[in-house]
Design a binder for this molecule. Structure first.
Ligand SMILES: *Cc1c(COP(=O)(O)O)cnc(C)c1O
Length: 355
């Protein structure tokens, strides 16, 4: 068992086209400049003005009372669970949700909660699936406490939940006495794709967070939003988990820069994802799902070359993609241009033709 991240294979060339993840974006000179100029203080002591500016701005953007700056999205999810739930309680989420598949079992390890997995296409479940999952109250059943959605749904292919479905899910949850949490790692991708303001998209969700290290291109940081009382309790977990920072304004300045400059341009990533999808769907034997946003999932088994072999062959040509849930994932972001998409398609065609 290897727990540390894998290093590149021996002899691999430098990566020319990085479709691995939007987490791999490098801060631009202009973002670094904003970070260098940031006014800072001791964040843990409540003295960092740039962190306060970011939190105030995020609370307003999400239509919530308050916000807290966290080092990562995972810490936002874990802190939210720890505030919402007590040991032995249950969270309802999609079976592919990040909290269930990709956080090292943190919600069980640290919160002693269980997660009830729901089925549904493209990382999303229906209002009816939620109704069907609600348990009656009895001493035999775990107490259900929280309903979780992921906007966009990552393993679901960057799928965008319909705003009306989100509203119905929140209404059902609240009607049954459960709280609601939105994992908004790529929330702004959903808002740009749907043309819906963030506060509207997150209405009805008691807690929501946004990652600045995905498509928004900042090197570090995520912001969790909710009521004043919720954020007060989340701060206690941030402290306990070791997430209270010092001159964090350097990083918050990168996030503020991203809010000003990197949201509208997400539409370019979505256009590049569509172009990649169109190119892939013209290669015989490739099964590809049409993307709503910036994630393109495909399978090359039908070409006679297994997906994992394609991932390895592409890497040896300087093109990095990821292998996730048995499929290839290509992620579009601000370090990938339209000509790079064309070039990646060319390399892929050659790899598949070579067999
Ligand atoms: C990336 C991601 C996370 C975790 O965020 P980190 O900042 O990497 O800790 C959580 N949920 C989803 C849907 C993600 O894509």
């Amino acid at each position: 068992m290897v727990h540390a991240p894998e290093r590149p294979p021996a002899g691999a060339p430098p990566i020319r086209i990085n479709l691995y993840s939007d987490t791999q974006t490098k801060p631009t000179p202009a973002m670094l400049e904003a970070m260098m100029r940031a006014e800072v203080g001791d964040e843990q002591h409540g003295d960092d003005p740039t962190v306060h500016a970011l939190c105030d701005r995020m609370a307003a953007l999400m239509g919530k009372e308050a916000a807290v700056f966290m080092p990562s999205g995972t810490m936002c999810n874990v802190a939210a669970t720890l505030v919402h739930c007590r040991p032995g309680e249950e969270i309802i989420a999609h079976e592919t949700a990040h909290i269930l598949t990709s956080e090292g079992g943190a919600h069980a390890a640290l919160g002693s909660v269980q997660i009830l997995p729901l089925k549904g296409d493209r990382g999303m479940y229906s209002a009816d699936a939620l109704r069907g999952a609600l348990r009656g109250k009895s001493r035999h059943t775990p107490t259900q406490r929280l309903v979780e959605v992921e906007q966009t749904a990552n393993t679901g292919g960057g799928a965008v939940w319909d705003r009306a479905v989100l509203a119905e899910i929140a209404e059902i949850a609240h009607g049954a006495g459960l709280s609601t949490h939105m994992d908004g790692a790529r929330l702004m991708n959903a808002c740009v794709a749907a043309g819906i303001p963030a506060a509207e998209m997150t209405a009805g969700y008691d807690s929501v967070w946004l990652d600045f290290t995905k498509g928004l291109g900042a090197p570090l940081g995520a912001v969790l939003c909710g009521t004043r009382d919720f954020i007060d309790e989340a701060w206690r977990w941030k402290q306990r988990l070791g997430g209270a920072m010092r001159q964090a304004g350097v990083c918050a300045a990168g996030c503020l820069y991203a809010l000003d400059h990197n949201i509208d341009r997400l539409a370019d990533d979505h256009a590049n994802a569509k172009a990649l999808y169109r190119g892939l769907s013209q290669i015989p034997g490739i099964a590809v799902t049409e993307p709503d946003t910036n994630l393109v999932y495909f399978d090359t088994a039908g070409t006679g070359v297994a997906s994992l072999d394609v991932v390895r062959a592409l890497r040896m040509e300087g093109v990095q993609v990821s292998f996730l849930g048995g499929r290839i994932r290509a992620c579009l972001h601000l370090d990938v241009t339209a000509p790079m998409v064309e070039e990646a398609l060319q390399v892929l065609r050659a790899v598949v033709a070579r067999g």
